[in-house]
Design a protein around this ligand. Structure first.
Ligand code: BES
Ligand code: MN
Ligand code: ZN
Length: 501
């Protein structure tokens, strides 16, 4: 889908579908809608009066134009209350336009720029949010069936604007990058575990690195052994699939300093290992590399946008399987940090992989670390699929991140990290144990991971609930969501502009 500007007017434009917005308080066609109404001989006014057309937020009415204007179909989308319109609503409405256009197999789509000159929305975000929402809603995972029809796709999305400023132009590029990054993450997560092994994920990471000239390093088992990555190696030892420690470096500053480290859990399949999971829904554990996918998706967007910030991506990738060589409950392992860990449940493997990922990120110069993981079922219970759970050892860092997430339109909620919870993960025979029991499961898992960040400012994001949606919505088709990609990119862009301070 190519997104571009056109200076043609809505009444003259030729398209399979033309989208126009209407606020909920409008009782008759105004502005461009009035012009279109005239061409359509008063049909729009009629339909508004019969309450067939409404400006209620996300209401959609699709009309055929029977040759009265060059556009074949007119989509009127509800923008809700004018004073409440903002970039979050704009993003969703743009998604809805694309979703509706796809449903009628429109190839060429034209749309009014919703929210242009609205006090709540900056010029940049008029096109950023539109392009982002449109790109996200256009996403489809094609799957593998011989008889599956490919999903309809839009060739051309034209945004109608008389004066195209640099800000509006850059907004398209920027919003598209956020959307494409999200879609890269979704593809990685939607791909089944047999087709997304640690080896394949490493290849995908190398492709991103090559596209944007980033430095890339893939550690093999032997190098991990030499570096003492006993935690990641323990998780991987039951699988035929070799683990990979995937590293990408994006250098946006002249010196490799003030490095933002992104560490993503890359379990390409999590059977639970010897502490095996029940059969029901185990297939969904192909999504256990959602953290890794978010990190790689963010790197894709960062590569496109080239912010002046240094970003280090570290993905400990492995498959968690039961076998004769698998690690076992009761084992004591030594992590790269030197800290020993008593394994009480082999299904609490993500925190082990992250432990070595974080230690390695620090060694490679990360001054701040954000880790992302589909880490705990308890996060799904607590927050559902709406909100990502977060924790930190540095409130200022998290406050910055929360602002970025809000701007990106992603919901994040902070959980407490009080020292009392740390009692639950103390082991009698090692420095730590890998489960803290049922109580506060998301918090104790987070604190386990955080203990490897030590004094480095650290944010933990548990995306177990948010990386996947069964139902889908206007921006997310059912399946992988690409959660947190946009927030990470927003954070990187913020540091690129203002420095880390
Ligand atoms: N990958 C799972 C967490 C998960 C559960 C993600 C559901 C998405 C949906 C993780 O590795 C895991 O198995 N966690 C255990 C930890 C427990 C054994 C301490 C859990 O949450 O049950
Ligand atoms: Mn597990
Ligand atoms: Zn897992």
């Amino acid at each position: 889908m190519k997104i571009e500007f056109t200076n043609q007017s809505a009444v003259n434009i030729q398209a399979d579908l033309l989208a126009v917005g209407m606020y909920s308080e409008e009782t008759k066609p105004q502005g461009i809608l009035a012009e279109l109404d005239q061409k359509l001989e008063g049909a729009i006014l009629d339909l508004i009066q019969q309450e067939d057309i409404s400006g209620k937020l996300k209401a959609t009415t699709l009309l055929h134009t029977f040759g009265k204007i060059p556009a074949k179909r007119l989509l009127i989308v509800g923008l809700g209350e004018e004073k409440s319109f903002d970039q979050d609503r704009l993003r969703e409405v743009a998604g809805l336009v694309v979703k509706t256009a796809k449903s009628v197999k429109a190839k060429k789509v034209a749309s009014i720029l919703f929210g242009l000159n609205h006090p709540n929305i900056s010029e940049h975000h008029v096109t950023h949010s539109f392009a982002e929402g449109a790109t996200m809603a256009h996403y489809h995972f094609d799957g593998y069936g011989l008889e599956k029809e490919p999903s309809p796709s839009i060739d051309q999305l034209q945004l109608i604007a008389k004066d195209v400023t640099d800000e509006l132009q850059y907004g398209i590029e920027c919003g598209s990058a956020y959307g494409v990054g999200t879609n890269v993450a979704r593809d990685l997560v939607n791909t089944p575990g047999n087709l997304m092994t640690p080896t394949i994920m490493a290849e995908k990471a190398m492709e991103i690195a090559r596209r944007y000239n980033m430095e890339v390093e893939i550690l093999e088992r032997e190098e991990m052994e030499r570096l003492g990555m006993g935690a990641l190696l323990a998780v991987a030892q039951g699988s035929e699939q070799p683990p990979k420690m995937i590293v990408l470096k994006y250098q946006g500053r002249t010196k490799w300093d003030d490095v933002l480290g992104l560490v993503g859990k890359g379990l390409t399949f999590d059977s639970g290992g010897i502490s095996i999971k029940p059969a029901a829904n185990m297939d969904l554990m192909k999504t256990d590399m959602g953290g890794a996918a978010a990190v790689l998706g963010a790197m894709e967007a960062i590569g496109r946008l080239q912010p002046k910030v240094n970003v280090l991506a570290v993905v400990p990738a492995a498959e968690n399987m039961p076998s004769g060589s698998a690690y076992k409950p009761g084992d004591v392992i030594t992590s790269m940090s030197g800290k020993t860990i008593e394994v009480l449940n082999t299904d609490a493997e993500g925190r082990l992989a992250l432990a070595d990922g974080i230690t390695y990120a620090k060694q490679l110069g990360a001054a701040r670390i954000i880790d992302l993981a589909t880490l705990t079922g308890a996060a799904v219970v607590a927050l559902g699929s709406v909100t990502t759970g977060t924790m930190t050892n540095n409130q200022d860092f998290l406050d910055d991140f929360m602002k970025s997430a809000k701007k990106a339109g992603e919901k994040v909620w902070q959980l407490p990290a009080f020292d009392e919870y740390k009692e639950q993960i103390k082991s009698k025979i090692a420095d730590l144990k890998n489960t803290g029991g049922r109580e506060a499961g998301t918090i104790t898992a987070g604190l386990f991971v955080g203990s490897f960040a030590e004094d480095t400012p650290w944010i933990h994001l548990d995306i177990a609930g948010t990386a996947w949606t069964d139902k889908g919505n206007s921006l997310n088709p059912p399946g992988a969501t690409g959660a947190m990609v946009r927030s990470l990119v927003q954070m990187a862009k913020h540091y690129g502009k203002h420095g880390m301070k």
